[in-house]
Design a protein around this ligand. Structure first.
Ligand code: F6P
Length: 326
């Protein structure tokens, strides 16, 4: 297999994440180092269907390591979910003599890669790029650290006004099915509570915590809510709290897509660079239908089917910390 790989393509799919450009750069330059021809596919799997593919050389990825977003653009392709779309995408790859594809993205991206590999026996390599950090088999995903830093910066600012007015703020952060951003933002900003989709009991715990705070006449606080929380988003949680406590003056702030942009942190640049490099090395060493992740600071290759199906565990100890520390 290793002998066969001479021409590879790289794409980004799903939600963009700061650090994707660093990963693209590492894929292109590691490929060039091994005398491979490297191609960039624009607009994710949709671009694979439409044949939006161009050769990328060393200079084409200069001055992008520090940029947010993705220079290859990204998309969530509905057409790629159908067999006809995937067949068309396969034809693009054959027409361009591509031997393997590096797909940078999250769960949806890897699901597409896994199906594509099984239908056409085509070598695929996943690189975990999503701010949500919800991929099993890697300690961190590209973009997570930057998103958390952005969210913490926003919460710090909200803290100033919350403190001045003695208000209880519910700050909604991203994470459709995942509470990682909420957990790290909550801990890093000294929040009084964290609500995440993975935990069903956390609203009760929050109400208990607010009761204790109210008894101490501490009416100022920050509660971080993941957008995908089982019990509803920040507005709904704020309503539940307002009904139970009249003492608190509540406010809601939804940070939204701010968390997806900006220059990647040092951590994300290093992570993305190691993963992009590891992806190409992995393909050349015969790994395919896997994701290149990082575990305990080592590059690892994890079957895509595990990365997609298995749930990344949540450390429940982290969730209990706000009630001890705030
Ligand atoms: O997957 C990353 C993510 O930012 C989620 O946290 C969020 O739910 C989703 O993407 C939003 O997607 P879109 O930008 O397509 O609305």
């Amino acid at each position: 297999m290793a002998d066969k790989i001479k021409r590879i393509a790289v794409l980004c799919s799903g939600g963009d994440a700061p650090g994707m450009n660093a990963a693209i750069r590492a894929v292109v330059r590691t490929g060039n180092f091994h005398d491979l021809h490297v191609y960039g596919i624009y607009n994710g799997y949709q671009g694979m269907i439409n044949g939006e593919i161009i050769r990328l050389e060393k200079g084409d990825v200069a001055n992008i390591i520090h940029k947010g977003g993705t220079t290859l653009k990204t998309a969530r392709s509905k057409e790629f979910m159908n067999k006809a779309g995937r067949k068309q995408a396969h034809q693009t790859l054959i027409a361009n003599d591509i031997d393997a594809v590096v797909a940078i993205g999250g769960n949806g991206t890897f699901t597409g890669a896994q199906i594509f590999q099984s239908e056409f026996d085509f070598p695929m390599m996943g690189v975990p790029g999503t701010i949500d950090n919800d991929i099993f088999g890697t300690d961190y995903t590209i973009g997570f650290d930057t998103a958390v830093n952005t969210a913490i910066d926003a919460v710090d600012k909200i803290r100033d006004t919350a403190d001045s007015h003695n208000r209880l703020f519910f700050v909604e952060v991203m994470g459709r099915h995942s509470g990682y951003i909420a957990m790290y933002t909550g801990l890093g900003s000294g929040a009084s509570g964290i609500l995440i989709p993975e935990s069903e009991t956390d609203v009760d715990e929050l109400l208990g915590q607010l009761e204790k705070m109210a008894l101490k006449k501490k009416l100022f606080g920050l509660i971080i809510v993941a957008e995908g929380n089982e019990n509803g988003n920040a507005h709904r949680i704020a309503k539940i709290v307002e009904k139970k406590f009249t003492q608190y003056e509540t406010k809601v702030a939804v940070i939204g897509h701010l968390q997806r942009g900006g220059s990647p942190t040092a951590q994300d640049r290093v992570l993305a660079t190691r993963m992009g490099h590891g992806a190409v090395e992995g393909l050349l060493n015969g790994h395919h239908n896997v994701m290149c992740g990082i575990q305990n600071n080592e590059v690892v290759y994890v079957p895509l089917k595990d990365a997609i199906k298995k749930l990344k565990p949540i450390d429940s100890n982290i969730l209990s910390l706000p009630s001890i520390l705030s």
